[in-house]
Design a protein around this ligand. Structure first.
Ligand SMILES: [Mg+2]
Length: 257
């Protein structure tokens, strides 16, 4: 086992570390094993809903110590596409609001907005589609936190942000700039988190379309963890995963022993 410093693992949260905040078996121990093998773990999620404190609280309850700097979210990536002072109509929850305000965005209604940012919003309804699509047709920039079609929950698979974004895109006759995994805004954000001398060693996740594609974009191996989301996507014969499929612990053991 190498103790070489500077190796960073990008580990997805939903379907890998937990399911709706309930830790998955062995995930906490797997993160511990990575860290004792000298790896730094960045938790990279396309879930733009929870605040940083909410995510750190869930990690803490799972027995995983983490700081804000260990988190990379699609909300942060979307906020990276917004300039300070930009007027933004936000569709989303606390995590997106927190990230946009941290970036200096001015949150406003659809009539004044120069940018519409769409993330996970459990209150999304017909009026949301109408106001967002109208602002976009009138010239506002269209940014989406992510395009995951579904979201895992204890009640089964729920519509994900991608489903909400698709409704607005259809009504607006426009395509969004997508910020989260595997897109450029998130890649840029991850690379900015690396300290000098650090390099990404692997990406682990349960979605080949986002996590696997992120690994490909970064030219590092992909570890595939299997969840209900994976089964929905299907694991294509040509899916390029180097470790797994299995649990996070299976992937970690296969990769570093
Ligand atoms: Mg996931």
């Amino acid at each position: 086992m190498s103790e070489k410093p500077g190796r960073v693992w990008l580990v997805d949260l939903d379907g890998v570390v937990w399911l709706s905040g309930q830790p998955l078996p062995g995930a906490t121990e797997a993160v511990g094993r990575l860290r004792s093998a000298g790896r730094r773990v960045l938790f990279v999620t396309n879930n733009a809903g929870p605040t940083i404190d909410a995510l750190l609280g869930r990690l803490g309850r799972a027995g995983i110590d983490a700081a804000a700097g260990d988190l990379v979210t699609a909300a942060m990536a979307a906020a990276g596409l917004v300039q300070a002072g930009e007027k933004v109509f936000m569709i989303g929850e606390g995590g997106l609001e927190e990230a946009l305000l941290a970036a200096g965005a001015v949150l406003c209604g659809p009539e004044e907005a120069s940018t519409v940012v769409v993330g996970w919003d459990s209150n999304f309804d017909f009026r949301t589609i109408a106001s967002a699509s109208s602002a976009i047709r009138l010239g506002a920039r269209f940014v989406a936190t992510n395009e995951d079609p579904t979201h895992p929950s204890p009640f089964g698979i729920l519509p994900g942000t991608g489903s909400l974004v698709a409704a607005i895109a259809t009504a607006a006759h426009a395509e969004p700039v997508v910020a989260g995994k595997p897109h450029e805004a998130l890649v840029t954000l991850v690379q900015a988190r690396l300290d000098p001398g650090e390099a990404i060693e692997a990406v682990v996740g349960d979605r080949p379309s986002t996590d696997g594609s992120l690994a490909k974009a970064l030219s590092v191996p992909f570890g595939l963890v299997v969840s209900d989301a994976t089964k929905l996507e299907g694991v294509a014969g040509d899916a390029a995963y180097a470790f797994g499929p299995g649990t996070l612990m299976d992937v970690v053991c296969e990769a570093i022993g």
